[in-house]
Design a binder for this molecule. Sequence first.
Ligand code: PLP
Length: 452
Amino acid sequence: MTTIHREKLRVLRENEEKRFVTEHPRSAELYQRAQNSLLGGVPMNWMKKWAGAFPVFVAHAKGAHFTCVDGKQYVDLCLGDTGAMTGHSPDVVMDAVARRARDGITLMLPTEDALHVGEDLKKRFGLPYWQFALTATDANRFSIRIAREVTQRPKILVFHYCYHGTVDESLAALQDGEVGPRRGNLGPPVNPAETTRVVEFNDLNGLEEALKHHDVACILAEPAMTNVGIILPVAGYWKAARELARRYGVLLIADETHTICAGPGGCTAEWKLEPDLLVFGKAIASGIPGAAYGCTEEVAQRIAARIHLEDCDVGGIGGTLAGNALSLAAMRATLEHVLTAGNFERMISLAVRFNQGVSSAIQAFDLSWNVQRLGCRAEYTFSEKAPQNGGESAAAADFALERFLHLYVLNRGILLTPFHNMALMCPETTGYDVDQHTEIFREALSKLSSTA
Ligand SMILES: Cc1ncc(COP(=O)(O)O)c(C=O)c1O
């Protein structure tokens, strides 16, 4: 097996860093200027995590590609970390958005688009009733509130190394077996141990032990973990976990925000999961802010019994702009014309091609890494075997190596997500785009492995 020599990695990385700075003078200038008005020089703090000395500033994005302010073109395999899984600015959605923007954006009144969206989501996921939010984070927060209200229980359960947005309760992790704030959690309002139980994914005994306390309102889960590499459930896991949740009176919230990559109805439809609530954000409106959360007939009845008309505007769910006309017009066009079965078929075949390319390069250079795939999402991890839980996957992370590989491909026109090694396909990604990545990735491995 080839081992990565750290000194060589350091030198290679330094060369890529220099090349990046030299080739992006305009982005460098904007980043410098931004120091005077934006905290940390970026509009949002995660943007500092890109592999170069500063983020690339974007001029134009369409479909699977974008151009930066220095005029360089990129294949976008990050796609706004799923927000643009539809491809950037699909024409059909932009037409609907432009029409709606001229006809009124937000009113605190419904438009007919809401019904089309609700009916479509009902067919995709099999859940009868839907509500809207502006972000997946909010949709998760509102689903948790509903779960707490109807079960009258205080805690939620999440998996170690999960990510569900900036939901306070979910920014929790295990440290020596104890629940505490996740590393990096800024100003936690309370110690998450008070609100949250955390267990490892794929561990049914651990799940049952946690549920036995009878204080858990809901399990908030991605059907497959996607935010610490791709971690698939082992055979039978969800059937048994679903059964445990029922036995202990706990609601199951499927956060399909990323796992929608599995197909038009996400993992819920693919694997016949039966969640009590389901959340779908990010790509649902092609990047126009919007998210949806749905529930079963039973949950709908239980929550209806607890909402009173006079106080329904201060219950902690919803928001002034939630369910606005513009988001719903974008969602309707996205669901009807972009996130279709035909498009998923193409996107999934490209992710298969991506993994074949990466896998053949890994084998050629005798590295003990593995590749995983969930629908049109592909990912490689620096461990020999596919990790089965968050702890295992996090242990295989290699920040320095990851940054080198990201920067190497970025300098040659390919954008991966800034977090771990994920590549996502959209309807306009081409086989050529994927093969370009394979070639550049292979070249990077050859540099890492060479003895020269
Ligand atoms: C699975 C999952 N759920 C929810 C979210 C939150 O989405 P947003 O940041 O758009 O609120 C994320 C964000 O990455 C996510 O990965």
